[in-house]
Design a protein around this ligand. Sequence first.
Ligand SMILES: [Zn+2]
Length: 285
Amino acid sequence: MSSDSADFLQSFYWESLPLRGARCRVDGIFARVIQGLEGPAELRQLIGEILVGLALISSTQKHFERLILQAQSQGSLQLLVAEMMAGGGMRAYARWRGAEENLDLAALPEALLALTVDMGMDRDRYQGLIQLRNTLTESLQAYFTESVQAPAYFRLLVDATSGIAGGYFLQRLPGVLTAEEWEIATGFFAVGSDQSLLQARPEQFLPEIFPSVGVRLRDAQGLHFQCSCSQERVERMLVALGEKEVEETLAAEGKVQVTCEYCQKVYLLDSTDVAALFAPGKSLH
Ligand SMILES: [Zn+2]
């Protein structure tokens, strides 16, 4: 599998048009995330799509500590979630129930898509929420129309079989952009084949979209796999679970084992650790 050192996000904008965009490639992160993933092949496809979708969305957020994009339902797809930290670290995870091979997102009961922007400890945290559509692409586009009121176009280029995960994004900003101009720009990305878009060099093809308008390509930002799990977080989670339940697990299994759902790291606590966890005066922040 490829290393994740080549993963990146790069944004661009047109100088005299209210239009911006981004492209990304997250093959390395995708490979790492699906290593420990169980479930149907379509789940791997969706994990790739949500990683790409979130990477592209992050280009619209100036300041954040953590971005979380998640789809959830009361049906077979219980949870599909991707997270990005401020430094470009990403992780993702899916929880699946049942054995259905044909995944119809729109048919999932009570299916929602949510974007959470976490600005840091004592600052704002806000969330936009919409009904999930037939595909993740349609859902992301609907999110921007309904929740951000600035239409966006997504082209997710994901092939779980060959381990490819990349994509393009365009967003209309406030200002005068004609319907025709929007159509020209989105049409450009809609007609290209996956292969041609993955191999295209943006400095060559972006200026072709509006030849008379300058387009600026910003420096690419590196992205990498990163999990935020830690011994402290696991301990906090166990404390929240309660002494009775943790002691019962310890009594039944001789140890308490917690496996991180995102990175599969195993945390083990023995009776001494558990006793220390619930000792009077022990404070966890
Ligand atoms: Zn982890």
